[in-house]
Design a protein around this ligand. Sequence first.
Ligand SMILES: NC(=O)CC[C@H](N)C(=O)O
Length: 424
Amino acid sequence: MAEARPSPAPQPEGATGVIVFADGRVIWGGGFGAEGEAVGELCFHTAMTGYQEIMTDPSFAKQVIAFTFPHVGNVGANDEDVEAAEAHALGCLVREVVTEPSNYRASMGFDAWLKHKGRIGICGVDTRSLTQLVRKEGPPNIAIAHRGDGKFDVEALQRMAAEWPGLEGMDLAKEVSRLQVERWTGGKWNWGQGYELSSPLPQAGGEEVRSTEGEGLSTSTSDMPSPSPSRSAGGEKRRRHVVAVDYGNKHNIFRLLVEAGAEVTVVPAEASFDEIMSHDPDGFFLSNGPGDPAATGEYAVPVIRQMLETKKPLFGICLGHQLLALAVGGRTSKMFQGHRGANHPVKRLADGVVEITSMNHGFAVEREGLPANARETHVSLFDGSNCGFELTDRPAFSVQYHPEASPGPQDSFYLFQRFVESMK
Ligand SMILES: NC(=O)CC[C@H](N)C(=O)O
């Protein structure tokens, strides 16, 4: 009943942004970026840099990010530091007012960029207390709104939040996945040079082509010849052909696969096994992505099982890790508050080395559900949750964290090399 709800905090003068919880709690702030409303899950992210990479990571679809770092946006925005063409996170909540950019790489301000991408920002928010709230209560569903005239229908926003069903059971991979097959040709970014249009094969020498023009690296290849034209007859220095399933991938994964000596054909999330095999892969890659793995697993798992039967190498990241677990008979479940940051320590069980990793997940693989032929390889040092496994009877492995960083440390880049090596 309306009377039983906690009465919302009164709107302060000049408030142009608002966060409304399903139970009626209201937090006011200053709107920036695009005007409008959005509803989704609140999560917090502890990375101190990389807000453009985070906002464009498709794994954040239907999520609003509260940045724990207070100064967000002050190096502006550019065309290079993006992990997808669009911003997939619904919006961001930040402590300080976003200032004019102060960086030689900025082509526009963060405010203008967010507006251009159609995403809402709210500043002046006590993100520490929001973080504590998520830690205590788990991630709430919220509605956010930005209106320049400060006119909000708080009750309608509360209804939106209360009626939103939540991420559990939601398949979002096919909503963010590309619909066309594409050949990915771009290598990694180099300071002062921009993105490589193609990378030399490791230890193979050869010409490098570099671009300073940001992305535009993937070519639509619906009539693409297959297999690769770049294979040499001798076979030893040729690029290994990875067919990557796009469940909502971050670009840096493909840049690093190219860097490690692979060529990459990307297929949509719902590609059939026959379609995937028509590209003559040497190995398979399962990407990261948004939503509940169990929901996406309904169409992904049967295809992954067929991939495993080929005994060709397979590598999965984050959602790809969770889907591989489901394909071998494991289970996933929603975590209480998830892991999102750029400094999460993970122990590599083979040698005890600690990797500092980038993470973004709200679901986890249950260790207890893994079958006998799955050996756990990595464990979170924050909460002991599973962060990786490999199969003992197939050349397949996957990790829960983001070895491609962007943003985050590069400790785990070796996994790309390991995967490409395993195809030889
Ligand atoms: N980054 C990802 O791939 C996230 C996977 C999944 N959507 C989760 O939240 O756990």
